[in-house]
Ligand binder design. Structure first.
Ligand SMILES: Cc1ncc(COP(=O)(O)O)c(C=O)c1O
Length: 403
């Protein structure tokens, strides 16, 4: 008899954004005259940089001729892209990362969800709380994490590292040692990040205790402050314990194109086995390569024109972040993030729950954000707004928040 993977049934409720979409759809249906401004989901809104568009056109034309046609891409990625990434993202920052330690993929969500496959069923994971939900859900689907307690919003076997205003959004080193530590920096949802010494403490902890850090740097391009590392490999000893995941979605607007990569240094061994070799084996079996035209587009992101285009996109979104952050502060709200990330993490007023504030904002301002509690129990009492809208909508949304 066919039996399902019952771990899926342990997942509580709907994926956060489906729940929000339903509430917004119900409100829209009941009030068709109201125009809703969406500052909830983390999708970009601005078009791709011109260097990317030119590279796409060129690569499409190559596919039209037998002499330049490309079929299956190499499983691990084209050398032209791996080399460009190694030079621009790592070697130029003094990080000793080689082409063959870089694995091209279709995005950071797939990689951050799949990376747990390399580890044993009994692996204990630690996550920050609040957290990007993919890290937890992918482990639950694989049968880890124990049981979910509705009342506390926690899984019995996960180690939670709260990041709140009280601890300055710096996770405390766990007393019980986890096998895997998921970090997302700059952080979604809090928009905060860690300085290099703060991250070094986590790297030292991992090396001392034999833990592996899964470091999601999808928002690296938004860093504006000097003492914030762009890669975990800027920290001493990180090539012994850290896997870094990157995305082209938020820097260059590839949310629809799909491109990302994972770095697994050769030095990382677990029980004498190379994680890099395991991931290569996994990629070869489960993945048939990111499209040639998209990898060419990714390469163009690192050209001079591409870098300029990315800079303009980032400053557009970060200007929105400043509008929202400063606007809310002026109205007396307690606000975090928005300096090294396109997310603004605000405290809800008058001790409202995150969902109460969601409803208030939707009904009174027709603005959609994301309830902090959807990202974990320590997100309760917080609310996330994103800077990915248009400038006009960011300004209009702020004007509507008059409570
Ligand atoms: C922390 C984090 N990682 C990964 C992703 C997804 O990236 P990609 O579009 O490359 O799959 C997101 C998207 O919102 C994210 O917030």
């Amino acid at each position: 008899m066919v039996r399902i993977n019952t771990n899926y049934q342990k997942l509580p409720g709907n994926y956060l954004f489906s729940g929000i979409a339903k509430k917004v759809a119900d409100y829209s249906n009941a009030h068709p005259d109201k125009e809703i401004i969406r500052l909830g989901i983390g999708d970009v809104t601005q078009p791709l940089p011109s260097a990317v568009i030119s590279a796409l056109h060129k690569a499409v034309d190559e596919q039209a001729k037998a002499s330049s046609f490309r079929g299956y891409a190499p499983d691990l990625g084209y050398e032209f892209l791996r080399n460009t990434i190694a030079q621009n993202d790592y070697i130029s920052r003094g990080c000793d990362i080689k082409n063959d330690e870089i694995f091209i993929s279709d995005g950071a969500k797939s990689d951050s969800g799949s990376i747990q496959e390399l580890f044993d069923a009994d692996t204990v994971i630690a996550v920050t709380d609040p957290v990007y939900p993919v890290y937890i859900d992918s482990n639950v689907m694989a049968g880890r994490c124990g049981t979910y307690d509705e009342a506390s919003g926690k899984w019995s076997d996960i180690i939670y590292m709260p990041v709140t205003a009280e601890n300055g959004f710096v996770p405390e080193l766990p007393k019980k040692v986890p096998d895997l530590i998921y970090l997302c920096l700059p952080n979604n949802p809090t928009g905060t990040t860690l300085t290099k010494p703060q991250l070094q403490d986590l790297v030292d902890y991992a090396n001392k205790n034999g833990s592996i850090i899964i470091y999601d740097a999808a928002y690296e391009a938004y860093i504006t402050e000097e003492d914030v590392p762009h890669s975990i490999y800027e920290c001493e000893g990180a090539t012994n314990c850290a896997i870094e995941i990157r995305s082209f979605s938020k820097n260059a607007g590839f949310t629809g194109l799909r491109l990302g990569f994972t770095v697994i240094p050769s030095d990382i061994k677990v029980g004498g086995v190379s994680l890099k070799n395991m991931w290569a084996r996994r990629h070869g079996t489960r993945f048939n390569g990111a499209p040639y035209i998209v990898q060419r587009a990714g390469e163009a992101v690192y050209s001079d024109e591409g870098k300029q285009g990315v800079k303009e996109l980032i400053s557009y979104y970060m200007n929105n972040a400043a509008i929202i952050r400063n606007g809310l502060k002026d109205k007396g709200y307690e606000v975090y993030g928005g300096v090294n990330a396109p997310y603004i993490w605000m405290k809800t007023p008058d001790n409202m729950t995150s969902w109460e504030f969601f409803d208030l904002l939707l009904e009174k301002a027709n603005v959609v954000g994301t309830p902090g509690s959807g990202f974990g129990p320590s997100g309760e009492g917080y609310f996330r707004l994103t800077a990915f809208g248009t400038k006009e909508n960011s300004e209009r949304a702020l004007k509507r928040i008059i409570f």
